[in-house]
Design a protein around this ligand. Sequence first.
Ligand SMILES: Cc1ncc(COP(=O)(O)O)c(C=O)c1O
Length: 356
Amino acid sequence: MYKKLFTPGPTNVKEDVLQKIATSMISHRTKEASKLQKDISNKMKILMYTKNGILLSSSSACGLMEGAIRSCTQKRAAVFSCGVFGNEWYQMAITNNIPCDKFEVEWGKPITKEIVKSALDSGKYDLIAVTHNETSTGIMNPIKEIAEVVKNYSEVVFCLDTVSSLGGVKIEVDNLGVDICLASTQKCLALPPGFSLCSISEKAIEAAKKVKFRGSYFDLLRLYNWVKEKDYQYPSTPSLSHMFALDYQLDKIFREGLENRFARHIEVANYVRNWAKNNFALFAEEKYASNTVTCVKNIKSIDVDELNKALGEKGYIISNGLEKIKNKTFRIGHMGEATLSNLKELISAINRILKF
Ligand SMILES: Cc1ncc(COP(=O)(O)O)c(C=O)c1O
């Protein structure tokens, strides 16, 4: 049975967008493919508020996360973590033998500008990695404040994970001074998983030129050079099917209007957050609660698997907590195509099941 997804990715994909995946295949070494890749890149620049180059990757975002930290760290990286995905970025550095330190805050709390400043003041780091929206804890970090701090350290390459926020929350890459901003397609962009993209600044490219062992498949410098010198082509065969759908979906996103889209995410988030506060509690410190996912503190110790089973019979699915907060929390995704009316539908189903 088809279940409407209220998970924080993958999210629901509209039927007309899914149809684009079924577009007849073209050769990737054609002008047609170059045009598709160029069009998507230009549209992504609008969505990301940037003039930087865009790289498309036929992988989920973890590939680009690994590529970013590996390709651009010359001296030492600092990863700021407030949950599962920040920790994942740190692991990627360690397992690639990249000198790296992790600054982890208590889960449910944000990464603050003070933590970032104190790390950067040490002068040890030339790359930092920050998660904008930590999907495991429902925290949306105060990125403008953090960015203001980072601007004072001109040697530092600023990498930002916007996997669960880009397309749902305004991320002004150039104003923030972000060097590598990355996201995947299965969250706020409301496309199938398995594809991702990033913006990349000249500063990040210059840093990568000085790194000897950047790997191969996710060598961001190599990808950048291909795009630049070979008319938006990529070294390996890309997922053209994703690209047909992404190109189409970006036009739909612009037709909705970026400001309208961001406002819709805020409206839906407020609704879910209020329900969570009235019936449970928020896991995230409220001031930093995410506009795309709500992590609910399970203070009533409900059996989330049982809830999901009952929801499944009605055609819905939500998410359990992750890792050390697995049974202490559950998560409701409200990103991508989420609307107030379909969240109201979900919440009333939960209320009926839990007899609220
Ligand atoms: C904040 C965040 N970062 C990174 C990732 C990893 O992205 P992907 O699964 O597309 O590799 C996720 C996935 O859920 C995420 O939520």
